[in-house]
Design a protein around this ligand. Structure first.
Ligand code: FAD
Length: 421
């Protein structure tokens, strides 16, 4: 087997996206996945315009739209009383950014990228667990658990939250948020789906919990995600996030949210970890990509999107640093990648943490937040422009970040005009 130009480790959404992007630039790519078969666990995923813009560039947007749902609105409600707090008109948002906001089943997105890689000629290898990475004189090498080695001009590590490659760059561990996510889908024939507006992506935010729902597969399924803070995790117990905690966490929420809980999958849950941002992603000819570089808390739904953006940016910098004979100046391409992506992803990671704090407020702070959210103009895009616009290729192109008004400095009154302390 001759050496490819690039080895990509990990066949998740990030690894597949990168493999496709680099193959599109004329490079030969070998992708190594540890699992015996390619696949994605979970249900829905939200794709904002900064991702659908890239899918369109890849020629994959129409297929994605045919598999997913393009909703009309994103609505935020209070989980306790069910009242609407604010909304985004997704048709107007599409006009503003030029590309749609859509939702899709994770396995459909993964399958779409997998098929694109197959068509493009990516060499896809399963049962290939990478145990170590090293730089060589003219590239990099990975070693598998079987002892087999693979070499290439560059190795892209898309090996997820527990990345082996990340250890080359930073000595850190995943950070537990003490929050846990339950997922589940409800088939269209059940009354709950018939009584739900599938043209909306809805998030109910509440004290130490939130609940998300949206339609999938052209309205065949209602996707639900229930997220809460685990008291057992806070108490330092190992067995945290169990279904008894799910029911207790949502006991004080409105009927619609509580009625959705029996449909959650109760045999599987996702403890939510992120990592502190790191600004150094490249070690010689080995580069991190996706969750290996920047696993977020998912509150602004950008984890998979950042991974797809990483692959696209890398592909663009390969194109800019390619000689006429086809050789890539990998030093320059990786430096350009590392100059722009870590700062953007740092912003997403820190914003996601802050967003989670805002969603999960209780007491007076919850009421203050609700007053501010109700006052928001539906057509105010100041908090999405930095995120949903075109993906930056250089630091100069990165838009300024939206800084929310700290709640403590806002003069907030309740519905009777009384100041909220
Ligand atoms: P992964 O999906 O973790 O893929 C890593 C791959 O590498 C896997 O296939 C794994 O088997 C393989 N691998 C690992 N180690 C090795 C090894 N040593 N050798 C070989 N292969 C290896 N993001 C969004 O953009 N929008 C959303 O709406 C959204 N919602 C979310 C909801 C929840 C509840 C959660 C938990 C996350 C959500 N995310 C969302 C985040 C998103 O799912 C992740 O950020 C994204 O899937 C990361 O993709 P990845 O390919 O980088 O990593």
């Amino acid at each position: 087997m001759s050496n490819p130009d690039v080895v990509v480790v990990g066949g998740g959404i990030g690894g597949l996206g990168a493999a496709f992007s680099l193959t599109r630039q004329g490079l030969s790519v070998r992708l190594l996945e540890r699992a015996p078969a390619f696949g994605e666990v979970g249900a829905g995923i939200q794709l904002a315009p900064n991702c659908t813009r890239i899918l369109d560039d890849y020629g994959l947007l129409q297929e994605a739209k045919s598999l997913g749902v393009v909703p009309d609105a994103m609505v935020m409600r209070d989980a306790v009383d069910g009242d609407e707090l604010t909304r985004i008109d997704l048709r107007d948002l599409e006009n503003r950014y030029g590309y749609p906001y859509m939702v899709i089943h994770r396995s459909d997105l993964h399958g779409l990228l997998l098929r694109a890689c197959e068509r493009a000629g990516v060499e896809l290898i399963t049962d290939a667990q990478v145990t170590s990475y090293e730089n060589t004189d003219d590239g990099a090498r990975v070693t598998l658990a079987s002892g087999e080695t693979h070499e290439a001009g560059v190795v892209i590590a898309g090996d997820g939250l527990h990345s082996v490659a990340r250890k080359l760059l930073v000595d850190d561990e995943p950070v537990s948020s003490a929050y846990v996510a339950y997922r589940g889908t409800v088939p269209a024939e059940l009354p709950r789906v018939r009584s739900t507006d599938l043209s909306e992506v809805v998030v109910y935010i509440g004290p130490a919990c939130h609940f998300v729902h949206y339609g999938l597969r052209g309205g065949e399924l209602l996707n639900q995600v229930a997220v809460f803070e685990s008291p057992k995790a806070l108490a330092g117990r190992e067995d945290w996030g169990t279904p008894d905690e799910l029911d207790a966490a949502f006991a004080g929420t409105c009927d619609f949210v509580r009625d959705g809980l029996p449909y959650m999958w109760r045999d599987k849950w996702w403890r939510m970890f992120d990592r502190d941002p790191v600004m150094n992603w490249v070690h010689g000819r080995i580069a991190l990509l996706g969750d290996s570089a920047h696993p977020p808390l998912q509150y602004i739904a950008q984890g998979a999107i950042m991974a797809i953006e990483d692959g696209w940016v890398l592909g663009e910098h390969v194109a800019r640093n390619r000689a006429e004979d086809g050789t890539v100046d990998w030093g320059a391409a990786l430096a350009a990648y590392e100059a722009v992506r870590p700062e953007h992803c740092r912003r997403v990671l820190t914003t996601s943490r802050k967003w989670g704090e805002l969603w999960h407020l209780d007491g007076v702070a919850r009421e203050q937040r609700n007053v501010l959210l109700r006052a928001r103009d539906t057509y105010d895009y100041s908090f999405t422009d930095w995120l949903y616009g075109p993906t930056a290729l250089t630091p100069d192109e990165e838009p300024p970040m939206f800084t929310p008004i700290p709640l403590s400095s806002a003069a907030v009154e309740d519905s009777k005009g009384e100041p909220l302390a």
